[in-house]
Design a protein around this ligand. Structure first.
Ligand code: GLY
Length: 383
């Protein structure tokens, strides 16, 4: 029976059984949720139930994640119902994609999880069109003087770029692969190099924001962002750095990105070891009040497992065993009751806003799902 459980990495039998049982609970809940939720775009819950963020704010950066969960589960189970709802969500997003002026750099998060995933799994031509349109929007935000992708749209934020954008770069690598247009690849590489220089610190911690003069491209300063403040260490930003740099290595095979991912991972692991393997919302914040962010741990798990794909055999266990420790720590925050929406609670969007601090957040569920599927070799690459 045990031999039948396929693992991507070497693991003892207790861990194999643990993961297989975790997957069974996850699959059962996601299956019931799929029947109940249809094609909504969840963000967080209200009174224990998801609301449809697509109706309130179609351009929200988080609107692709549930679709990403559906495509992962379609790939893992081949159950048609996941695909049906995922396709509907992708179509619902067309209004935002066509208008496009209200979109920002997070088109990567939005369309990697929808149209790119669909195209990779089904070869749907319309999905390819959507994906390339989204990639063009992202490429159009590149500032050639400062070598950064502009994050947001407000006129006073023309020179702002953020660590999160590393996760949008795979959309450009996808577009390069489909078109052979090197412009996409050059932009992705230039932006990743900018992040190494201005966002990631030598000790593996990182700034959330870098501000440039949009006209000359000159670096001005770093700013605090969704973490505690200036020079702090926002844990989800740390997770974006781990995973984003590991992905930059996947698409370029330039060792400096893998080394950066490892440095950021070592910093992250040293910090979570101080808090029972759960990420604080910010690793450099006052001891009280103590806020955690489970989404940071979930995202970091996938980043650690991405690093594990590329390191020599004897180096893998650091990343695989650490990710398993994180999953076991996160289980305390998981709800597998099929009558309630969402799995992972205690996710935090930002330090200074209580409305979505320590609450269920959809990207926590996405990364948790991807992490479990990765370990069981049932995932496919959305990024
Ligand atoms: N990309 C925004 C965030 O991580 O909250």
């Amino acid at each position: 029976m045990l031999e039948a459980i396929v693992m991507r990495y070497e693991m003892n039998s207790d861990d194999k059984i643990y993961l297989e049982n975790f997957y069974k609970k996850l699959e059962r809940k996601l299956s019931v949720q799929c029947d109940r939720l249809g094609s909504i775009m969840p963000y967080t819950t209200e009174n224990g139930q998801y609301f449809d963020m697509g109706q309130r704010h179609l351009e929200a950066w988080t609107n692709g994640f549930y679709c990403g969960i559906l495509w992962q589960m379609y790939h893992a189970t081949k159950k048609e119902k996941y695909k049906v709802n995922a396709e509907k969500i992708e179509e619902r997003l067309d209004e935002a994609l066509t208008k496009f002026v209200h979109l920002d750099h997070d088109v990567g998060f939005q369309w990697l999880h929808t149209s790119v995933a669909n195209y990779r799994l089904t070869n749907n031509e319309k999905s390819l069109e959507r994906s390339l349109h989204a990639a063009n929007i992202l490429a159009g935000r590149f500032n050639t003087q400062g070598n950064f992708i502009r994050a947001w749209n407000d006129s006073e934020k023309m020179g702002i770029t953020i660590i999160d954008c590393l996760m949008n770069l795979p959309l450009l690598h996808f577009a390069f692969k489909e078109t052979n247009n090197y412009a996409y690849k050059h932009i992705a590489i230039s932006h990743a190099d900018m992040a190494l220089e201005y966002l990631i610190r030598p000790d593996g911690s990182c700034h959330h924001i870098a501000k440039f003069d949009a006209k000359t491209g000159a670096f001005i300063e770093n700013l605090g962002g969704q973490g505690y403040g200036l020079n702090s260490s926002w844990s989800r930003g740390q997770a974006w750095a781990i995973y984003g740099m590991a992905l930059a290595y996947r698409y370029t095979k330039d060792e400096k990105y893998l080394n950066a991912a490892k440095t950021c991972a070592a910093y992250f692991l040293a910090n979570i070891a101080l808090n029972d393997y759960i990420a604080l919302l910010d690793f450099r914040s006052p001891k009280e009040p103590k806020y955690i962010d489970t989404t940071a741990s979930a995202c970091a798990i996938c980043g650690l497992l991405e690093i594990a794909e590329f390191v020599p055999e004897l180096e893998k266990s650091l990343y695989v065993e650490s990710s398993l420790k994180c999953i076991k720590a996160l289980e305390k925050y998981c709800c597998f009751d099929v009558d309630k929406d969402s799995i992972l609670s205690y996710g935090s969007a930002r330090y200074d806003r209580s409305s979505d601090r320590e609450v269920p957040i959809i990207y926590g569920d996405y990364f948790l799902t991807e992490g479990i599927l990765r370990l069981l070799a049932k995932d496919f690459l959305i990024w």
